[in-house]
Design a protein around this ligand. Structure first.
Ligand code: SAM
Length: 471
């Protein structure tokens, strides 16, 4: 039976409820009075539920779709302004005991070299990332209790936070590792992680089990209930995601939103982020082998729908996607992107992009300087801010700030100050010139006069060599 408050996977992600929802959506896809009602509800900017979102997804009226896109753009602007948070993934180890059929790290792949970074290698990778200008990382690892036990992950986190090189520092480490126990989540929390990210891959239980035929990840309930254990362990920022292409996207959207509704119902706080990966080519993986690939138009519609369904949730797009796709999605709701990513173990210290341990082919291969410049030329402020988490503004504290709209007095100045640091320490002359101009004009958009004055002073301090200011 469907129950968003249940702690049992099959009750809060309920197959019958999803089938019912999809049937209801199909029956009502041309029901204009209902669609109008849903759009009006969405315009209140408090989100819409999985049923309403599914009706909008099923509807292919061009006018409705355009209205939806416009609303997504507007919500994006109201809640996140024109800021885009930057991050990079750091692959620690590709040892893995699972048999995920879409991932080249699956344990039966015997021809890829298996690598695990030593602490000295972590150091070198982090220095390379700092030298590009990154301040926020997402660490990634396969699941292997012998080669990558939690103690190894914790040691890496400690190493990462301890490295201070020139003006560089990693100020927030997000973690994308396999589902684990409450006790381990508590240890991750104590290690000072930002968001705990775990992609559901697919919400469809039967497909999930077929796509994860062997290894601990095969257990659908353990995987699906991971965020509840993370929250029980004290982690209040969690990141969801579906790997689009594995199952029917309509099923996945309903499941994903039900998961968000469940977290809100049980813990009083929804997901901090939702990532939007699509299956990509990788070593022995051919994305065409999966029947449910989605085209760019459907992908854009899903992005806009997630934006209007959960306005308070950050949305992430990685370098799996090309510059063009990223440009489109930035308009429709994305608030965080990675830049200059290497998806191989040790990839940042290799001069030439190594492909033998890449988790997936990277589409957007630009340098961080190029991505930053491109964002600014497109009217976005690249932000290297990590302040909320360092100021204890996580979970419901972060959400209430966002809901009240007061966030702009923190985020906007923080974005400008961290961009200024980037320009001073890492940018090319061309990027620096564009960035300084942008900072000058964007200072006017800080709502409170007093904050604006302090920010202006700190921008000068940064030019004079000081670092790490935040609101
Ligand atoms: N191993 C961890 C786990 O069990 O959840 C997560 C780390 S994995 C490095 C990060 C994510 O990459 C996976 O959750 C999956 O969604 C995604 N991924 C795997 N293979 C992919 C592919 N061929 N194309 C795109 N994304 C892929």
């Amino acid at each position: 039976m469907y129950n968003p408050k249940s702690l049992k996977a099959e009750e809060f992600i309920n197959h019958e409820e999803i089938l019912d929802t999809l049937k209801f959506a199909e029956e009502n896809k041309n029901n204009m009075p209902l669609i109008r009602e849903i759009l009006d509800k969405a315009k209140e900017r408090k989100g819409i539920d999985h049923r309403m979102a599914s009706v909008l997804l099923a509807c292919d009226d061009k006018v409705v779709t355009e209205e939806m896109y416009e609303l997504a753009r507007q919500i994006k602007k109201d809640f996140y302004g024109n800021r885009i948070v930057m991050f990079a993934p750091l692959y620690l180890s590709n040892y893995c005991v699972n048999g995920c059929v879409y991932c080249p790290y699956h344990h039966q792949n015997h021809h890829i070299p298996r690598k695990k970074l030593t602490q000295e290698e972590v150091r070198r990778e982090v220095i390379a990332l700092q030298d590009m200008g990154h301040k926020r990382l997402a660490i990634e690892a396969g699941e292997d209790p012998v080669n990558n036990p939690l103690e190894y992950i914790l040691e890496c986190i400690d190493t990462i936070y301890s490295i201070k090189h020139k003006n560089g520092a990693i100020r927030r480490v997000n973690v994308n590792i396999a589902a684990t126990t409450v006790e381990n989540y508590r240890k991750l929390k104590d290690a000072g992680i930002g968001t705990y990210i775990l992609f559901q891959e697919t919400y469809h239980k039967e497909s999930y089990e077929a796509l994860h035929p062997t290894g601990p990840k095969h257990n659908y309930a353990y995987h699906t209930e991971a965020m509840d254990r993370a929250m029980e362990g004290g982690i209040d920022d969690v990141g969801l995601g579906v790997l689009f292409g594995l199952e029917l996207y309509k099923y996945e959207l309903a499941g994903l939103l039900m998961h968000a509704e469940h977290l809100e119902a049980v813990h009083g706080v929804g997901p901090h982020t939702i990532s939007m990966p699509r299956v990509k080519k990788a070593d022995d993986i051919d994305p065409d082998a999966f029947d449910n690939g989605i085209d760019d138009e459907t992908f854009a519609k899903l992005c806009a729908l997630i934006r209007i369904s959960v306005p308070y949730t950050g949305m992430i797009i990685s370098t799996r996607e090309s510059q063009n796709v990223r440009a489109r999605l930035l308009e429709l709701g994305i608030s965080q992107i990675s830049g200059a990513s290497r998806t191989s173990v040790g990839g940042y210290t290799d001069e030439i992009r190594p492909t033998d341990t890449e988790q997936f082919d990277v589409s957007d291969k630009r340098t961080l300087d190029e991505v930053v410049r491109w964002l600014m030329e497109s009217g976005f402020i690249p932000s290297f801010c990590t302040a909320c988490y360092r100021e204890g503004r996580t979970g419901d504290r972060f959400m209430s700030l966002l809901k009240s709209g007061k966030i702009h007095d923190c985020c906007h100045p923080n974005a400008l100050m961290t961009l200024k640091e980037f320009l001073e320490d890492y940018a090319s002359e061309e990027t620096k010139a564009i960035g300084n101009k942008m900072i000058e004009s964007e200072l006017c958009n800080i709502p409170t006069e007093k904050v604006r004055g302090i920010c202006e002073a700190h921008i000068k301090d940064i030019a004079n060599g000081q670092r790490d200011f935040r609101f």
